[in-house]
Write a protein that binds this ligand. Structure first.
Ligand code: X8Z
Ligand code: ZN
Length: 612
């Protein structure tokens, strides 16, 4: 085998091993294990118990194989990982198909929920045809390998990794260099296009065998509401945020035009995607210096403060753990510190994209990151630990309930905690000396909005693209064009150069070759503000939301943990209600959090022609 399959076994709802990792996609012929005649509710329970037992036997060795592979990519770890990946997928497909046999059997609510979760557990479903299933696995392996080993080699011969280019794109203000890296990284994904299209065809056969119209429907069927209603719900949420986003985009475009010139950033067009401080133009906090208010603002520079204090990777993770401990969460086990990967090791390939793991569904928690010593990465560490504490909270539930209420919840927990990294908290850490007064709030809110609000349309458009493509309705020749239509429509961002006919720019984003759904991050960016507000209330904070830190609040910690412990056992609306008192996702908290900034942006934009 010449290509690696760095995929773990994190099936959509079955978090085997890790969060933020690819889905399994192998299978073999489906064999019936349950007689269809005279099935009872007891049979259904026994069937689920059997599934739990079978998964319990294989999931831990499979997770170890996946970890070994992701942190030490070579021929042998790839082989072992692929083997386990296939075993687990075969098992899940077999049970998912069989679950349909209980469709007409009277069972209790809990049994029904687990059967339903099982049917929609996979993201890329292999068909029963063994050869096609094998090919699907091979494609997944090829794509993730291309991404994982991808690099851009400059004309003079030096080659750069994604981590290196990302660091450069955060700080460089040389538009030609930015454009070169932007284009260079997108060479990596061109060869993925044909096999991605092939994957769509095979996966749709698999989805149909599970009773879905196509993979697209399967992806929308995981949200405790009819699949056709889910996109309407997303549109509603986006409608709540889009006026604010458009004001932010307008201001950022004007300031970039000021900085780079209107020939580089035309004022009536989408913003060229290479100038926003991030390889994918997905979050823009790194260009705060260009778009900040003219009036001097004291906004804590966490990157600078950490450098001055000599922070290293371990210290960053320790401080993040300390936040969770202050809420009453049990400390991370000793093995977390022994077994996690915090730094990119020398001399071997690893999967740098950050992820969080529970290898044995007991106490073997770990994170895997190539940590950069920046404020941005300090947030990512909190994000990953949020996954770990969630995984630990639901570890004793049945396999099918070991997951977050909906996919957005898992992504929102660590981010919620990171919203509490306020100036007061930073002062407590000794990272800043004085707390900026309210006259600096616009600067602080703008910095947060550049990261969080700028992200929201990106978080939405990735799966708008995938839903259309995964239904099989879009031919491969139109993949890239559709991608840029959606980038433009939602983000007001454009490719800085004409794209080649063979370009496959979606493949330059980890989650596309890895088949990790992306709507989770859109939801998380709404949910985290609702969670933050609820926890601030519980903590008894009297500060405005953007200055509230829940640090040290055992009450907030308990309320959060109560929700985490529910895992996936109840519809997400109930989990939502448990913490926030309301069953609905709602972006009006965002409006409240950023209210002064919206007023300020509208003033800045008063004489500008907004829109694109
Ligand atoms: O992939 C991630 C996490 C792992 S679940 C680091 N995120 C998305 C991304 O990097 O594109 C976090 C925010 C969005
Ligand atoms: Zn995550």
């Amino acid at each position: 085998m010449t290509h690696f399959k760095p995929s773990l076994l994190a099936l959509a709802f079955i978090a085997i091993g890790s969060a933020c990792t690819p889905v399994a996609s192998d299978s073999s012929a489906v064999q019936s294990r349950v007689e269809t005649a005279a099935l009872s509710a007891e049979d259904a329970k026994a069937f689920l118990h059997d599934f739990d037992t079978q998964m319990g036997k294989i999931s831990t060795p499979a997770a170890h194989a996946a970890w070994a592979y992701a942190t030490h990519i070579n021929y042998d770890t790839a082989k072992v990982n692929a083997y386990f990946n296939e075993q687990v997928s075969v098992l899940v497909v077999k049970y998912a198909v069989e679950a349909a046999k209980f469709n007409d059997v009277q069972v209790d609510q809990d049994t029904r929920r687990q059967l339903d979760l099982l049917k929609a557990a996979l993201e890329i479903a292999p068909p029963a045809d063994a050869a096609k299933a094998e090919r699907l696995a091979e494609i997944g392996s090829q794509m993730t390998s291309m991404y994982g080993s991808g690099q851009y080699c400059r004309e003079e011969g030096t080659c750069l990794s994604l981590v290196q280019m990302s660091a450069e794109m955060a700080t460089s203000r040389d538009p030609e260099l930015l454009k070169e890296y932007w284009q260079g990284w997108r060479e990596v994904s061109k060869p993925m296009k044909a096999i991605y299209a092939e994957q769509v065809g095979i996966a749709n056969e698999g989805a149909q065998e599970l009773g879905f119209a196509d993979t697209s429907e399967l992806w929308r069927a995981k949200y405790d509401m009819p699949a056709e209603q889910f996109p309407i719900e997303l549109d509603r949420l986006w409608g709540q945020v889009s006026p604010f986003y458009e004001a932010l985009q307008c201001h950022v475009r004007a300031e970039l035009a000021e900085h780079y010139g209107e020939d580089v950033v035309p004022l009536d067009k989408p913003i060229p995607a290479h100038l926003l401080g991030n390889m994918w133009a997905q979050s823009w906090g790194n260009i705060y210096d260009i778009v900040k208010p003219a009036q001097e603002m004291n906004v804590p520079d966490v990157t600078k403060a950490m450098a001055e204090q000599g922070y290293d990777e371990l210290r960053m993770v320790k401080e993040a753990e300390a936040f969770f401990s202050s809420l009453g969460f049990e400390e991370l086990p000793e093995t977390f510190w022994e077994r996690s990967m915090f730094q990119k090791p020398e001399g071997r390939d690893v999967q740098c994209h950050a992820s969080a793991w529970n290898l044995d569904d007991k106490e073997d928690l770990r994170i895997k990151m190539c940590i950069q010593i920046t404020g941005e990465e300090f947030n990512v560490i909190h994000h990953e630990l949020g996954h770990n504490y969630y995984q630990r909270a639901y570890k004793d539930l049945p396999t099918l309930y070991r997951g977050s209420a909906n996919s957005g919840f898992h992504e929102a927990i660590g981010d919620t905690i990171a919203l509490s990294i306020t100036p007061t908290y930073l002062q407590g850490l000794g990272l800043i000396d004085e707390i900026p007064d309210a006259s600096n709030d616009i600067g602080m809110l703008l910095k947060v909005a550049l990261d969080k609000i700028a992200f929201i349309p990106f978080g939405l458009m990735v799966d708008q693209w995938r839903w259309q493509v995964l239904s099989g309705d879009v031919p491969p020749e139109q993949y890239n064009q559709l991608w840029w239509e959606l980038r433009e429509k939602y983000q007001g961002v454009a490719a800085p150069v004409e794209r080649d006919a063979d370009a496959f720019d979606p493949g330059a984003k980890y989650h596309v070759p890895a088949n990790v759904s992306y709507t989770r991050y859109f939801l998380a960016h709404i949910l985290q503000f609702q969670f933050h507000q609820a926890l601030c209330d519980i903590a008894g904070s009297e500060e405005p939301l953007h200055r509230c830190s829940i640090v040290n609040s055992k009450e907030a910690g308990k309320a959060l943990n109560d929700m985490l412990e529910m895992g996936k056992s109840r519809p997400w609306q109930e989990a939502m209600q448990t913490l926030t008192g309301s069953p609905d996702m709602d972006a009006s908290t965002i409006e409240a959090y950023f209210k002064p900034l919206k007023i300020w942006l509208d003033e800045q934009n008063a004489d500008r022609q907004c829109g694109w």
